[in-house]
Ligand binder design. Sequence first.
Ligand SMILES: *[C@@H]1O[C@H](CO)[C@@H](O)[C@H](O)[C@H]1NC(C)=O
Ligand SMILES: *[C@@H]1O[C@H](CO)[C@@H](O)[C@H](O)[C@H]1NC(C)=O
Ligand SMILES: *[C@@H]1O[C@H](CO)[C@@H](O)[C@H](O)[C@H]1NC(C)=O
Ligand SMILES: *[C@@H]1O[C@H](CO)[C@@H](O)[C@H](O)[C@H]1NC(C)=O
Ligand SMILES: *[C@@H]1O[C@H](CO)[C@@H](O)[C@H](O)[C@H]1NC(C)=O
Ligand SMILES: *[C@@H]1O[C@H](CO)[C@@H](O)[C@H](O)[C@H]1NC(C)=O
Ligand SMILES: *[C@@H]1O[C@H](CO)[C@@H](O)[C@H](O)[C@H]1NC(C)=O
Ligand SMILES: *[C@@H]1O[C@H](CO)[C@@H](O)[C@H](O)[C@H]1NC(C)=O
Length: 427
Amino acid sequence: MKLETNITQILQKQKQNQVLIKIATCSILIGLAYRLYFSTPIQISSVIVADNHHKSPPNPTLSDEFPANYTRIHQGSTECDIFSGEWVRDPTGPQYSNYSCSTIEQHQNCMKNGRPDSDYIYWRWSPYDCSLPRFDPRIFLRFMRNKSMAFVGDSISRNHVQSLLCILSQVEEAMEVYHDEEYRSKRWFFGSHNFTLSVIWSPFLLKANTFEDNDGHSSGAIELHLDELNSVWVNQLTNFNYIIISGGKWFLKTAIYYENNTIIGCHNCNNKQNLTETGFEYAYRKALHTALGLITTSSHKVYAFFRTTTPDHFENGEWNTGGYCNRTVPFKTGEIDMREVDTIMRDIELDEFEKAKEVTNGSGLRLFDTTRLSLLRPDGHPGPYREYHPFDGKDRNVKAQNDCLHWCLPGPIDSWNDLMMSLLVYG
Ligand SMILES: *[C@@H]1O[C@H](CO)[C@@H](O)[C@H](O)[C@H]1NC(C)=O
Ligand SMILES: *[C@@H]1O[C@H](CO)[C@@H](O)[C@H](O)[C@H]1NC(C)=O
Ligand SMILES: *[C@@H]1O[C@H](CO)[C@@H](O)[C@H](O)[C@H]1NC(C)=O
Ligand SMILES: *[C@@H]1O[C@H](CO)[C@@H](O)[C@H](O)[C@H]1NC(C)=O
Ligand SMILES: *[C@@H]1O[C@H](CO)[C@@H](O)[C@H](O)[C@H]1NC(C)=O
Ligand SMILES: *[C@@H]1O[C@H](CO)[C@@H](O)[C@H](O)[C@H]1NC(C)=O
Ligand SMILES: *[C@@H]1O[C@H](CO)[C@@H](O)[C@H](O)[C@H]1NC(C)=O
Ligand SMILES: *[C@@H]1O[C@H](CO)[C@@H](O)[C@H](O)[C@H]1NC(C)=O
C-alpha cells in the first residue's frame, strides 16, 4: 500500500495549496496525437532492429504474422481512436481465473480474498469507431519470438504485467529468472518462444534516493535528480525491443529536487529549509522529457509505449480517512469527472509525448492512453479485499484498509492487453 498511502495524503495537501495550473486543452492535443498516430500506419517489425551484431532473418510482414480474419476486423478503421469508447457487457468473462493463474499477487487476488460480487469481470473495453479484438496469447507469443519486452514504472506497471502473465500462461507458463531484493523488479523467460518479459521498478524513472522502510514509512524527503535517469532501466535499454513506460503518482510525494547535483527546489517540503516550491509539475515534466528524450534519440531502436496516469477511486474520504470504493458497475461517460491532479498529470504527459513524437517523426513511439477508460471503472479495485477475507470473524463495520488504486485480477486491467495488442498489430 506504499503508493496509495502517500498519494491521497498528497492530494489533500495539493488541495490546500491551491496550486494554480494552466490546464491546456486536452482535446486538441489528443486529436493531434491520433492524427499523427494513425496517419502513418507502421509495421512494427520494420522498425525493430533486433541486434545489429547478428544477422536477422527477413522481417515478417503483418500478413505472415496475423491470420487474415484478425486483420480484417480493423479494415477501414485505421483512423479509429481505440482509447475512446465505453465498457460493454461481456458474458464471456476473463481469459483466466484465480484457479488457472497461480501468479496473481495476494493483494490483487480479489476472488480468493473473498470479494462477494463478480459482475466487475464481465465487461470489456469497446472503442466507439472500431472493434477491439481480444488479446490473443498465441499470436502475441509468436510475434514476440526472439524478442524482449519491458515494463518500466511503478506498481501499476506491475499490475499490468501480472495480468499479461496470467493470460499468457494459457499458452506457456513463464519461468521467473530474476527478481530484485524487494521483488519489485522481475524478469520472466518463455522458453519455447525465446521471449523475455521484464518489469522494472522505477516509479520516478529518474535517479532517486528514497528513505522509506518496507511499510512505506518515510524517514526523510525523497531526493530526486531531475537531470539524471535511473540507471536500473537505462542500462538495460539496449536489451529491449519493446518498452512500456510510465510516470505516475509517486511524483506527488514530498521531494527535494536536484539538477546538476545542486538543490534547485522542492515539492511539499513546507519550506523547512527555505527551498523554492516548484510544484510537482516541474519535476514531472522534466522527468518525462528526459526519459522520452533518451528513448527517441537512442541509437538502439526500441519500440515504446508511453502510458498515461491512472486515476484512483477513493470516495467519501481518502485512503487513510475511511475512503472506499464499493461500486459494482462501471461509470458511463460523463458520470464522473477526472480529478484535477489527474488532469494536470495527463496534460503534461500529452505535452511531452507530442514533443518526443516530433523527434521520432512518428515512428516507434505510441501513446498508451488508459487514463479515461480507467476512470470509468470504480468497480474494478480490490477495496478491502486486498486482504484475505477481511471481515471474517470480525464486525462487518470494522474499518479495513481499502485499495482503490490497483486493479483486481482478473479485472479491468486485462483490457489493457487488448489495447496493447491492437497497437502492436496496427501501429
Ligand atoms: C479466425 O478464424 C479462425 C478459423 O476460422 C477462428 O478459429 C478464429 O476464432 C478467428 N479469429 C478471430 C479473431 O475472429
Ligand atoms: C478462487 O476463488 C474462489 C472464490 O471465488 C475461492 O473459493 C477459491 O479458494 C480460490 N482458489 C484459489 C486457488 O485461489
Ligand atoms: C529466432 O532465432 C533463431 C536463432 O537465431 C532463428 O533460427 C529463428 O528463425 C528466429 N525466429 C524468428 C521468428 O525470428
Ligand atoms: C533468442 O533470441 C535472441 C535475440 O533476442 C537470439 O540472439 C537468440 O539466438 C535466440 N535463441 C534461440 C535459441 O532462438
Ligand atoms: C553544471 O555544473 C557544471 C560544473 O559545475 C557547469 O559547468 C554547468 O554549466 C552546470 N550546468 C547547468 C545546467 O547548470
Ligand atoms: C529564508 O528566506 C527568507 C526570505 O528570503 C529570509 O529572510 C530568511 O532568513 C531565510 N531563512 C533561513 C533559515 O535561511
Ligand atoms: C457503499 O458503502 C456505503 C457506506 O458504507 C453505503 O452507504 C452504500 O450503500 C454502499 N454502496 C454499495 C453499492 O454497496
Ligand atoms: C518524416 O516523415 C515524413 C512523412 O512520413 C517524411 O516525408 C520525412 O522525410 C521524414 N523526415 C525524416 C527526417 O525522417
